[in-house]
Design a protein. Structure first.
Length: 139
């Protein structure tokens, strides 16, 4: 079971389609919380930015979030700074940004267990996504 955070609940828009930015940084929403959030994202059809910095998210949480982010039609920016995921979470993020070329900004800093080469591959893919988007709009 997950306890409902009433303050968070009241800060959200009444209609999920109105949500454009979600900043849950420094909240320690945990694995179950990020899984619920990830499921909710599909109803937020105009969501562009998700900030999950400083939440101590592990591989399972990041992998689940990434699986939903890969399918989200409007998501462009993700912040996962200062979390606790490693190779498995990093691979899931790489796959998400390879699938969802709308994701053109990702902040992954200070992840002590994420190997630098994987972080670099994620950043390179995001750069390709940005270039693809700029090229598509320029055509």
């Amino acid at each position: 079971q997950i306890a409902v955070n009433q303050a968070l609940l009241h800060s959200l828009p009444r209609f999920p389609e109105d949500l454009r930015e979600l900043d849950l940084s420094q909240n320690y929403i945990g694995r179950k919380g990020v899984m619920c959030l990830s499921d909710l994202m599909s109803a937020c059809v105009n969501l562009k930015t998700v900030n999950l910095a400083d939440n101590k998210l592990d591989n399972d949480a990041v992998t689940y979030f990434a699986s939903k982010a890969a399918k989200h039609p409007t998501l462009q920016s993700i912040t996962l700074r200062n979390n606790l995921f490693s190779k498995a979470g990093g691979r899931a993020l790489l796959q998400a940004v390879q699938i969802n070329t709308n994701i053109t900004d990702i902040v992954i800093e200070n992840e002590p267990f994420l190997i630098p080469s994987l972080k670099q591959r994620i950043q390179e893919q995001v750069l390709l996504n940005r270039q693809y988007k700029n090229f598509s709009y320029g055509s």
